[in-house]
Each structure stands twice: as C-alpha cells, then as structure tokens.
Design a binder for this molecule. Sequence first.
Ligand code: XMP
Length: 430
Amino acid sequence: MKQDMIVILDLGSTENTTLAREIRDIGVYSEIYPHDITLAELKALPNVKGVILNGGKNRVVDGTAVEVAPEIYDCGVPMMAIDHPTAKCECRHTEYPNADAIRGFVFDTCKADANWNMKNFVADQVELVRKQIGDRKVLLALSGGVDSSVVAALLLKAIGNQLVCVHVNHGLMRKDESESVVRVFRDQLKANLIYVDAVDRFLGKLEGVADPEEKRKIIGGEFIRVFEEEARKLEGIDFLGQGTIYPDIIESGTKTAKMVKSHHNVGGLPEDMQFELVEPLKQLFKDEVRACGIELGLPDKMVYRQPFPGPGLGVRCLGAITRDRLEAVRESDAILREEFEKAGLDKKVWQYFTAVPDFKSVGVRDNARSFEYPVIIRAVNTVDAMTATVEQLDWAVLLKITDRILAEVKGVNRVLYDLSPKPTATIEWE
Ligand code: XMP
C-alpha cells in the first residue's frame, strides 16, 4: 500500500465503520483495529499518518471497560480521541466530531495526502498480487456475482493466464447469467475459464426434495464437490482466490479484524486440499468493490447487480424443483428485470424477483378451462436485509409485467404481488 492511512482504534464505538467510510470519502485510506493492538503491530502498518481512538459510551466492549496500552500513546503520529462526553479521557478530547473536525485532523494535523482512489488501489493490488503469486497459479470459483467477478478481473490484470477460473452452472442461474460470465471473461477478457455444465447433476440431486433447508444443503454441498473435482484435474495450483470484502473481516466491531487468514481450509473443501488465499478485495466496502469493478472495465450490469442468493433460483422454484416451473421462474424473472429496467426501478428497488409455487389454480385460456401455476412478484427495499418493506409499485408497471408474464411464460395463468413486509415474511419465500 502506498496510500496514506488513518488508523481507527475501536474502543467500543458503534460508529467505527461510519468513521472509516467518512475518512475514505474524503480521499484518505482508513482501517479499523481492535483496542488491544500492540505498539509493534501498529508500527508495522504501512504509511500510518494518524490514529483515532474511537470510544463509545464509557469505552466499553462486551461489558468490560477498555483502554489502549499506554505505549500506544508513543506511536509517534498525531492522535485524536473521540469519546462519549462523560467518558474519562487521558488525552485531547473531542465530542463526536463533525466532518470539518475530521477533515482538520486528517489533512492539517496528520498532513495525510488524499490519494485513496480506485486507480491507485488497483495499481497497488496488481503489484502486491504479482509479488505474492510469483510464477505460481491461482484457482477462482467465478459465480458471476459482484465480488467474484471483480476479484477475477483484478487477478486477470495482475497475473493473466496464471489465473484459472471455474464457473459452475448448477442450472439455477438466472436467464443469460452463465452465458454472460463466459462472454465477458472468456471471450472479451481472454481469461482462462473452465465452464462446467452441472445442470443435470444438480437437478438430479434435487429431484423430489421439497424442504428449503435440505435444498440449500444439497446445492451448497454439491457445489463444493463439483469445484473439488475440477480442482483435482488441474496441476500446480497453490492459491485460491476469494471475494472476501472488508465487512466480512470487521463483522461486528473489530474482534475479528486481526484474524489474518492465510493457510486454511476453505469453504468445505477436503482436508487434503489446502490452498493459500489471495483476497485482493479484503480492504474494500461493497460500494468500493463496485467502483473497483468499473475501474477494471467490467460492464455496469455485472457490477450493479442486485443481491442474488447462493442457491439461486432453487429457492424461488418453491417445493420440489421441476424443470417446467424452474423455466417459469427464469422466464418471469427475466421479464420482471427487463420491465424494471425500462421503468428505472432497477436502480431504485433493492431486490426484486419472481417465485413459482408448487400448486396450480383454475383459469380459462382460449375459452377452455386451464389448470396452471401462478407467478408471485416480490419487490422490497431494505438497508441490511434484516427487515424489509414492500416497494409501492406503480399500478401500470405491475399490469404491464402481468400481461407479459401471462402472454410469454408457459404454464402460468395468474400473477400475484406479495405485499408482505419482513417481518412477518422473509424476503425470499424459502
Ligand atoms: P431472507 O429471505 O432471509 O433473505 O429475508 C435476506 C437476504 O439474503 C438472501 N438469501 C440468501 N443468500 N444464500 C445466500 O447467499 C442463501 O441461502 C440465502 N437465502 C436468502 C436473500 O436473497 C436476501 O437478499
């Protein structure tokens, strides 16, 4: 890292992430570390220009009062303490600072340079990755999700064909999703991409399985097995690329921030398959990952995707999955996405999709009785996916989508709009 850094030490504040974001937003890199960091550890961090002791109410973590080691005050760079007004503080004391106070500390006191941007980040990471990998090889599971796509693009830029991407099509992808992974990475970016058509294998394993958790287990487990089989066919792979991002590392507070993952067994792979990890995005927040993807030239569609569950359409084809209903989910989802994009809703609504239940209802088609499946539309807004509210869709948009689904999707005679918030419902139906 060549960028200047402001270190935030977590003394029980709930605002660490907000503060780190604020500092990065003014162009200076910032990381969060636990209060019990040692002076040696702090000094080993590159380009530290200042330290903020970020205290919460009475500086308490998990019910215990916390303080940094006294030696930390000798770290040799400017320090600022942010505390609850009633908290005792041994050093200069500021109430929760406004943007100007942060700016003043970062630029005037610490003299940090505003050199945190994606161009510099990419240049740095390319250099670091080259140093770490040398002439060895990296394996990457490329799902087509934002994080794995950005990791792939970054590693490709750094090490070219020493990167081997494996894309497993489990048959539960959305319309054109697997095709677009191949188009972008193999055809356009010339990546070394192994495409595995595992559709029959997954659908075979899932046949007759109606329980949602059982379905998830089968999909996750089978994914690891397919990936493992592909990995065993390859030779001389030492590294596994991972789309770990900063929130995965800081999680709640910073208790895990120091956990440096190196040699460890990844995602359920067998004991004898040990890889070293390459995690070039582990310093980035989600929106920075997107900005990094754009910097690397990935298409907007890939970078600004809405969240999509790992088990894919498998949890939207309700109950035991059948090919005809899976096709109905895929086609209706594609229509919904197309119409949302036309109406400008794709940038406004957090998550939207269709689900197809495993029961039929009576209808009429061409003057005759029909007995077909319904399609359920879901469109929700949320901040953290823990609670969610329903998007109040324009009636005309809903009717247009309904008309298209009824005309274009085989085996469907009704369209329903799910009005339920979370709670009591969840976002997905399974
Ligand atoms: P729920 O349905 O629990 O969903 O309200 C919250 C968010 O999580 C996504 N989701 C999943 N993501 N694997 C995933 O990677 C899963 O098994 C899974 N289940 C739900 C869901 O799409 C929503 O964004």
